[in-house]
Design a protein around this ligand. Structure first.
Ligand code: AMP
Length: 173
């Protein structure tokens, strides 16, 4: 399936979850067997088998993409979650939102020293979430293999926060 066909499946939802935000709804992609398998395959081909030890998914939509990617890499899956959700000892990282701050957490023992880690999420917007995730992985001993997001909102310049990393996106706005 072509990327343009996959892009056409994305549903723009204005003023969700708050006024002024155009939410990129990827559920029509997730529900489309060819679109979903194309995306997962392209991520695996882009980074290459044998180059990733752990795939980190960012709550919540990142989980959905990261788990099948991990399976195809024969890599482990590791969740990064919002504060207070993970049951074991965590490392946590606070980052700036448009208004206020948020905190992401990672189990301290989820990544072994030197493991090559691919971070996966649905949308790269301001880059704060991906930057916090990368910092958590590094603090826990991982080496960032790359960051893969389905959608990149280029006008928010999230990439500028991630210059140290290989950032791979499929669909840009
Ligand atoms: P940011 O930290 O600004 O890069 O925001 C990225 C996170 O927020 C990702 O986990 C996305 O799921 C979510 N996100 C940000 N903007 C949007 C949007 N316009 N549509 C859907 N999700 C978004």
């Amino acid at each position: 399936m072509e990327i343009e066909q996959i892009k056409a499946l994305i549903r723009d939802v204005p003023d969700f979850p708050e006024p002024g935000i155009v939410f990129k709804d990827i559920t029509p992609i997730l529900a489309h067997a060819d679109a979903m398998s194309t995306i997962i395959d392209l991520i695996v081909v882009h980074f290459g088998r044998g180059t990733v030890d752990k795939v980190v998914g960012i709550e919540a939509r990142g989980f959905i993409l990261a788990a099948p990617v991990a399976y195809h890499f024969n890599a482990g899956f590791v969740p990064i979650r919002k504060q207070g959700k993970l049951p074991w000892e965590t490392a946590s990282e606070e980052y700036a939102l448009e208004y206020g701050t948020a905190t992401l957490e990672l189990h301290r023992d989820a990544i072994e020293k030197g493991e090559r880690v691919l971070i996966v999420d649905d949308v790269l917007a301001t880059g704060g979430t991906a930057q916090a995730a990368a910092s958590l992985v590094e603090r826990c001993g991982g080496v960032i293999r790359g960051i893969s997001c389905l959608i990149e909102l280029e006008f928010l310049k999230g990439r500028s926060k991630l210059e140290d990393y290989e950032v791979h996106t499929f669909i840009q706005y």
